[in-house]
Design a protein around this ligand. Structure first.
Ligand SMILES: [Fe+2]
Length: 120
């Protein structure tokens, strides 16, 4: 059995922002990075926004998610975050980050994980 680890909102972890080699080690070892949509628009602070942008622009993010601890999280930040990401990396990569990559996980749990990456 193979496991793939998905790191939820690494951009919000100060330790990872301060010591990028830890982030890079996780990425290089196959962890998939999921960015919180709220971070993209600055809700989680300037540092999280900068790190989110860096991860996305370096094409090391696999997903953008709502971090839905509250039903409002789904709608509150998503559209603005999508527009921002589209400016950073283009429409194709944004579509991957906001849906297509997650859809790949759902459709082929056993066979497609290695194919889930942001489109450069
Ligand atoms: Fe969370």
């Amino acid at each position: 059995m193979v496991f793939t680890v998905i790191i939820a909102h690494p951009e919000r972890c100060r330790k990872l922002a301060a010591e990028k080699r830890i982030f890079e080690d996780m990425y290089d070892n196959g962890c998939l990075m999921q960015i919180d949509a709220a971070s993209i628009i600055g809700v989680n602070g300037w540092g999280a926004r900068l790190f989110a942008k860096e991860i996305i622009r370096s094409h090391k993010a696999a997903f953008v998610a709502s971090d839905a601890h509250d039903p409002e999280d789904y709608s509150k930040y998503y559209v603005e975050a999508y527009k921002r990401v589209q400016k950073w990396v283009g429409r194709d990569a944004a579509e991957g980050l906001f849906g297509k990559n997650a859809q790949k996980i759902i459709e082929c749990i056993s066979g497609c994980i290695e194919n889930v990456t942001a489109t450069p």
